[in-house]
Write a new protein. Sequence first.
Length: 216
Amino acid sequence: MTATTFPVEIDLPGVEIKRVQINREGSYEIRVSSTLAGCTCHQCGQPITKPHGHDREIRLRHLPIFGKETYIVIRLPRFQCLDCPNKPTTTQQVPWHIRRSPHTTAYEMHIILTLIGRTVEEVSVQEGIGYEAVMGIIGRHIQSEVDWDKIAKLEQVGLPLHGFLIKKVQIFQAIMCVMSNFSMLQVVTTCSIRTEFQPSIIDSSCNLLKINTKFL
């Protein structure tokens, strides 16, 4: 039987594929090398191009291929700065990976999208990665604080309620406190809530609480 092969786009700029294999667990391992020239010195911030070996090998979870877990294996090159004292070395930073993350950026964005309508625990089980790994991805890509001074007008606030372990009424009360600077709050859509909410504002087909707001 003749094997059929065809190319698969891995969407990782600046790399050359060296070898593709299936490991004992049935996952794809794609070994690559960087084709980028040089990097930026971590001390002075200037471009450096003198090679100085390679960093340790890293194995990064990537987007699945044909439903199989896929990993990118690479040893990133290191470069030496001849201008800084002690001539420090710096490991190259590639655009498709955040330093010290065990995943490619493409895979982490896949996780962010998968979290829509699901809990962290559900995504953790579905993807076969730890709960803390999912929380780490959220921390790297989701802004945890809001600069309210940059928001000129806020028309509507949405808050997903599915999967929260605290009472829905506590969420509502927290919103009322945060929005205390607004002159009017109107709940336009809620999920099914069996607490102090009035029945007239309950819509059991929704799992997003939306609040219309108007500034003073």
